[in-house]
Design a protein. Structure first.
Lengths: 327, 265
């Protein structure tokens, strides 16, 4: 019998989409699923809404609300470790969000559990978990096997599960626990700055993304792409090379070390297509690659390819769209 | 008072190599590069080295020790951090360190950190660009019971406190930590410096210090609980449709027409 613990994250009082992905995975391989939520007085959790989630047990760990712990997560690491030690799970799942990337390995190593991050596939056969995850920035995939007896911890890459709902006729049993945290805070979060206003449309939500890379040559070039993004009602993105060069803010970086995006249309301009960039955009429904190097890696994942000088192509592309929309 | 900084670094294959040059080595269950190009020091670990060197640039008296755990080290490669300006290099070479079970790496590096000395700051790259895990520094922090701050894009020492600018998806945070602490550094910190001639000369003369697994009183072979059973390069079956045109102006126009036809714009 497989007993799985899912570490959920809340987003505006609701379970995050990434956490729903974990429920779908657990539904396929577990006999019993528990969901744990670390909540503070700031989260407005509606018991009526969460008790119909497709899980058997829900643990609400009521933790002190301390902004100084944001990004460090000493309190949640402590609280989740308490729960993990008081129950017997075969598997603990986190989403590979910013939160999961930090808390999952902290909880795993604190409790001497084996850990794999950013898993894209998980199956169960004869007492073994078989795990698939990309390596070398997505150049290759690796398959691992671990015994269910060692109760591993995995973080799961967001956005890969299908859209089907889970059939649910369960009413979850809910248990609330007050967590006292009296340990010191050797590291404290002092200030937080959000650049969200930079993006009129959030990259993660955009249906169309125009993304620029090293091939653009300078920061002024991004103004042309911005113009195109505005025209199409899309968002502007960039490769790591363009961000590292200082041409555009790092919050627009797409790739393994930036954002993962899944638009209907991804127009890449002057991007060579390093694997770590493709890791963030290859889930797009349609990729258009504009590049003057016909051998650029980006063409391997592109549905439409345009070989030539990006500057001239984009200028003509923009004026053609303006003409087309007048008709 | 000298501030002791450890930088944890890994030798990896360059994941920015064009992907068609990678192939799977079935014996080692790992990738290799077709044209035998040399490995590199993981790029994020060079970012971490750069962060350490900038603390020296800020006027602090620092002693920077780079610790590398791995196997089959290439001499010219591992000396890169010394030529950038790091003071000491410590190597721990053992075949078990290329295992996919990184809890062994965590144990080895934690014990090495304790053995070498009293570090005030332990820096590492945000992840190694071969297996992309990013949990070794976090595991070490847990093992040594030290604060862990991830994804630093800037580090400053203020009195006896470290002030870290931390990258988050929507922007950034400032985090202040007591010493000692573990910090992972991200590419947002900016390009690592190029070694100058003097740096290269100094590095040539320096000999790395070797620590063995036995020195750390760790038993080998390590019994691993994670088995890497297969590595494969996924096939991409996609027929790219190349837009035709006599010049760039026509290419741009035809692209617009084609995307309109498909209802994509």
């Amino acid at each position: 019998m497989i007993n799985t613990l899912i570490v959920g994250e809340m987003n505006n009082g609701k379970l995050s989409e990434n956490s729903f992905d974990l429920l779908k995975i657990s539904d396929k391989i577990s006999d019993q699923t528990s969901l744990v939520l670390c909540t503070t007085s700031k989260d407005n959790i509606s018991i009526d809404e969460i008790k119909i989630l497709p899980v058997d047990f829900i643990y609400l760990l009521k933790t002190p609300s301390l902004d100084i712990d944001n990004g460090i997560y000493d309190i949640d690491t402590y609280a989740l470790s308490l729960l993990l030690n008081s129950k017997d799970y075969n598997l603990t799942l986190f989403s590979k969000s910013e939160y999961g990337s930090v808390v999952a390995p902290r909880v795993a190593f604190r409790n001497n559990k084996k850990y794999l991050s950013d898993c894209t596939g998980i199956s169960l056969e004869e007492g073994l978990f078989s795990i698939e995850r990309p390596i070398y920035g997505g150049v290759a995939n690796a398959v691992y096997e671990l015994s269910v007896n060692i109760s591993p911890v995995f973080s799961i890459r967001p956005g890969l599960q299908d859209l089907d709902d889970i059939n649910n006729n369960k009413i979850a049993e809910i248990e609330e626990m007050e967590i006292q945290f009296n340990e010191p805070h050797p590291a404290k979060m002092i200030e937080e700055y959000s650049n969200d206003s930079l993006e009129e449309i959030k990259l993660e939500d955009a249906k169309i993304i125009i993304s620029g890379g090293r091939g653009l040559g300078n920061e002024i070039a991004f103004e042309e792409l911005k113009k195109l993004a505005n025209l199409l009602g899309g968002a502007l993105g960039a490769s790591r090379a363009a961000c590292d060069a200082g041409w555009i803010d790092h919050s627009l970086q797409i790739g393994l070390t930036g954002k993962t995006v899944t638009p209907d249309l991804y127009i890449s301009v002057g991007i060579s297509g390093a694997s770590q960039h493709l890791a963030g955009c290859s889930m797009s429904r349609n990729i258009v690659a504009i590049n003057n190097d016909k051998d650029a890696n980006i063409f391997n994942v592109a549905r439409f390819g345009v070989i030539g000088d990006w500057n001239q192509i984009i200028k003509s592309f923009i004026s053609s769209i303006e003409d087309l929309s007048l008709k | 008072m000298t501030i002791e900084i450890a930088v944890l670094a890994k030798q990896v294959l360059d994941s920015e190599t064009p992907s068609h040059l990678f192939k799977v080595n079935a014996d080692s269950n790992n990738l290799e590069i077709d044209d035998n190009s040399p490995p590199i020091v993981n790029g994020f670990d060079l970012n971490a080295t750069e962060a350490a060197l900038r603390l020296r640039d800020d006027g602090h008296e620092v002693n920077i020790t780079v610790i590398m755990a791995g196997f089959n080290f290439v001499n010219e490669v591992i000396k890169k951090t010394l030529s950038m300006g790091a003071d000491n290099l410590v190597l721990i070479e053992n075949e078990s360190l290329i295992s996919c079970d990184s809890s062994f790496t965590v144990e080895v590096l934690s014990k090495a950190i304790n053995k070498i000395g009293n570090f005030d700051i332990i820096l590492a790259g945000r992840h190694a660009s071969d297996f992309d895990n990013g949990h070794v520094p976090i595991g070490i922090a847990e093992k040594l019971k030290l604060p862990i701050i991830t994804y630093a894009s800037d580090i400053k020492i203020m009195d006896s406190i470290l002030r870290i600018k931390r990258v988050i998806p929507s922007g950034y945070q400032f985090i202040e930590s007591q010493l000692p602490c573990v910090v992972t550094v991200s590419n947002e910190i900016g390009e690592p410096r190029y070694p100058n001639l003097r740096g290269i000369m100094t590095a040539t003369k320096k000999q790395p210090k070797i620590i063995t697994i036995n020195d750390l009183e760790i038993e080998t072979p390590y019994e691993k609980e994670i088995n890497l059973t297969k590595v494969f390069i996924p096939k991409i079956d996609l027929d790219t449709e190349y837009i035709k045109g006599d010049d760039e102006s026509e290419l741009g126009r035809n692209l617009a027409m084609r995307l309109k036809e498909e209802g994509l714009i």
